[in-house]
Design a protein around this ligand. Structure first.
Ligand code: MTE
Length: 321
């Protein structure tokens, strides 16, 4: 994501091996890392996931059959401003994030509010693999095999009251662990996001704890992040510590930063340009330097219109952002 800068078309595609090595060092709790079949020769020196922490995760009918982005790309080209604004900052610096122990507070309009350990949060939920397209508002996209479970299933457990109309999410705020939060030229912290209740309950909305069959890397939002595939990537908030159900629409980080550019809904919509660039096309990353420059058509709702367009009946989709 960019703060008052032109679209990011700089492609430092080949991340130095040392960067992966660093990433591996801090992933002590992951038994092995890597990716075999899908990685083109370009990534041949990148270790391949072999641990398959989540090998038992069920396949999902919601998965796309498109080729997943190489693991190395998805875990080294990230947006996680808490660790810096450059795409390579999260993989370099996210090792300082302490993901154990972790707890999540469930607050607001629920019958069972409280602060729960991550283990308690996850325990009842069978994990699924959901291979989703991820379309960033900056016009790049990836295909990521997430491991997670439906957000709606979690919310139901805490028994939302009749007043619960929206769900607000909050990322950890701790500048010692997240050095990007010390910067004066970034977002206001903590990073916050939100969904309307029906969006949150939609079966495509998931909380993810892993990707490519392994535990979520810190740079991708460990230990728990949101994934809402029909919305621009900035809605998919990382490293969640608080979920509040509420009657009013919650503030969201990018809308607070530049309200004229980023809205609450942020549904992927090629018909509505960003004020500074077109949203008609996207670059599917992961094929290498030249392949990553090729543009493809962006689909309304990122290709999930059949499942989600009904949520927005009566809304003016040309204005919606
Ligand atoms: N969540 C937090 N807490 N901080 C962030 O900076 N960036 C968002 C989103 N979630 C962000 C965040 C943006 S702009 C995108 S595109 C996606 O995370 C990127 O997810 P990825 O790095 O796993 O591809």
């Amino acid at each position: 994501m960019l703060i008052r800068r032109p679209p990011d078309i700089k492609t430092a595609e080949i991340t130095p091996h040392s960067v992966y090595q660093n990433r591996r060092d801090f992933m002590r709790d992951i038994a092995g890392v890597a990716l075999a079949g899908v990685a083109p020769a370009l990534w041949a020196d990148v270790p391949e996931p072999s641990n398959k922490d989540f090998a038992h995760a069920q396949k999902s009918a919601f998965s796309t059959e498109e080729e997943p982005t190489p693991y190395a790309k998805a875990t080294s080209y990230n947006n996680f401003y808490e660790f810096g604004t450059d795409k390579s900052d999260p993989v370099r610096y996210a090792h300082s994030l302490k993901t154990q122990p972790w707890s999540v507070t469930i607050a607001g309009e629920v019958e069972k509010p409280g602060t729960y350990t991550l283990e308690d949060i996850l325990k009842p939920h069978p994990l699924e693999e959901r291979i989703y397209r991820l379309r960033c508002v900056e016009t790049w996209s990836m295909v990521i095999p997430w491991i997670g479970f439906p957000l709606g299933e979690l919310l139901k457990r805490f028994q939302p009251t009749a007043k619960a109309k929206y769900v607000a999410f909050e990322t950890l705020q701790d500048p010692e662990q997240m050095p990007g939060q010390k910067s004066l030229f970034s977002l206001n912290w903590p990073y916050v996001e939100g969904l309307r209740m029906d969006e949150a309950m939609h079966p495509l909305s998931i909380l993810a704890v892993g990707l490519y069959g392994e535990l979520m890397p810190k740079q991708n939002g460990a230990p728990l992040r949101l994934v809402v595939p029909w919305k621009y990537g900035f809605k998919s908030i990382k490293s969640i510590v608080k979920i509040t159900l509420q009657e009013t629409q919650p503030p969201t980080s990018w809308n607070l930063a530049t309200p004229q550019e980023y809205g609450f809904y942020a549904n992927v919509n090629p018909a509505v340009d960003h004020p500074r660039w077109s949203q008609k096309k996207e670059r599917r990353l992961g094929g290498g330097f030249f392949a990553d420059l090729i543009k493809m058509e962006t689909q309304p709702f990122n290709g999930y219109a059949q499942q989600v367009a009904g949520l927005y009946q009566g809304m003016d989709l040309h204005k919606q952002f």
